[in-house]
Design a protein around this ligand. Sequence first.
Ligand SMILES: Cc1cc2nc3c(=O)[nH]c(=O)nc-3n(C[C@H](O)[C@H](O)[C@H](O)COP(=O)(O)OP(=O)(O)OC[C@H]3O[C@@H](n4cnc5c(N)ncnc54)[C@H](O)[C@@H]3O)c2cc1C
Length: 437
Amino acid sequence: MSEAMDYDAIVIGAGVIGGAIGFELARRGRRTLNVDTLPAAGYGSTANSCAIVRFSYSTAPGVALAWEGMHYWRDWADYLEADDERGLIRFVQCGMAIMLTEDGGHGAATKPIWDELGVPHEVWTIEEFRRRAPVFDTGVFGPPSRPADAGFWDDASGQHVGALFCPDAGYIDDPQLSCHNLQRAAEAKGGEFRFNTKVVEITRDGRRVTGIVTEAGETITAPVVVNVAGPHSYLVNEMAGLAGTMTIGTRALRHEVHHVPGPDDWDYSTQGFNVADDDSGIYLRGQPGNHVLIGSADPACDPQVIVDPDDYDRTIDPDQWEAQVLRANRRIPSMGVPHEKKGIVDLYDLSDDWGPIYDRTDLDGFYVAIGTSGNQYKNAGSVGHLMAELIAAVEAGHDHDADPIVVTGRYTGWEIETGQFRRNRPINRNSSMSVHG
Ligand SMILES: Cc1cc2nc3c(=O)[nH]c(=O)nc-3n(C[C@H](O)[C@H](O)[C@H](O)COP(=O)(O)OP(=O)(O)OC[C@H]3O[C@@H](n4cnc5c(N)ncnc54)[C@H](O)[C@@H]3O)c2cc1C
């Protein structure tokens, strides 16, 4: 790469995906700079991630990227090859169950792919589910509705038929710390980080990117710039003159996760596991100290709130809080409904089909790892590797648009096709257009 430029690659963003890409480029010997407008790594949307690690996706490459990604978390200390004075994250492998209704739902799409690829899982009868999680009411209450709707409190119309359980699933205990870990790992390979540094302009020479300009007016040059700006990704693409050049767009979607005390009669954090409950429109995750995180599986009855990522309401919406907490309360009746409304409000970088965009762009040297749609935290390691391989191939002259690269997983050795992550793919109509973390 050009010695005349300040860096070999500039990564815009120091969230979990930006950090992983910075690390992967640095460990391949590139002179890298991660820039972030916030004061430290992982202070963007990653900070409020539920950090669930699961493998339930509707396509084989989606499952493969997630399964491969799990191995990075399991191997974290060795993978980083560096210490962090703040300590390392912990991967809590509590497992995850997808509740199954008569028609199978999300689990029906996932199971054949798990069978084909060999992702370990168990098929539970509903009796087995109740044995493992006796506090759950396994009735069918759906399709999801809102507490104000007639019928919200109606008796169950039937019973779930079982669950698909993945023992290797779980969550990362501190998503912000994971970004700091990646920063330290990248720095150990020579990577640099600058915080409180906002990118306001992307510079170019003809069809090729040449670097960035910061809010302070400094120009920093590099032949490769990667947009990993999370919910601000579309604004950075606009700076690069790329508005309207991709089939798949991205927007900032407001999202709430609520935190409640677990049931008195069952410690969710030590006895429980993650649960995907499409019938109620929620997903659940334990938190040490018998707390439960209630995420929304984005049911159609809930409003989709697209916002300006620099100007949106960060207070909990009482209606949404009530919707998610009462849905969870129906599922686990002994889990009370607290008076104090606790939780977080943050943003998904939502793509049109809820799948990520990992790709080059029409501006040579300018790459994107965006549209992570509330479900790519788990993939940070495998995406860092994918993007570094993609950048190497394209910079060496490979026509990724005509012939999408196939990435070999570092841990599994699986050949992962990357065509479905391109910016100009057709919208994935099989996407559930929702996520379970
Ligand atoms: C509430 C919530 C729950 C989630 N739960 C899960 C889950 O359980 N499992 C899962 O796998 N995924 C989950 N996700 C998704 C996951 O957290 C994200 O996909 C992931 O964290 C995105 O990382 P990132 O590095 O791309 O973005 P971010 O962490 O948002 O980082 C982007 C960074 O870019 C910086 N930036 C933006 N614009 C500029 C600029 N102009 N100049 C300089 N810097 C800039 C920002 O300051 C920010 O730090 C969840 C997301 C949310 C919001």
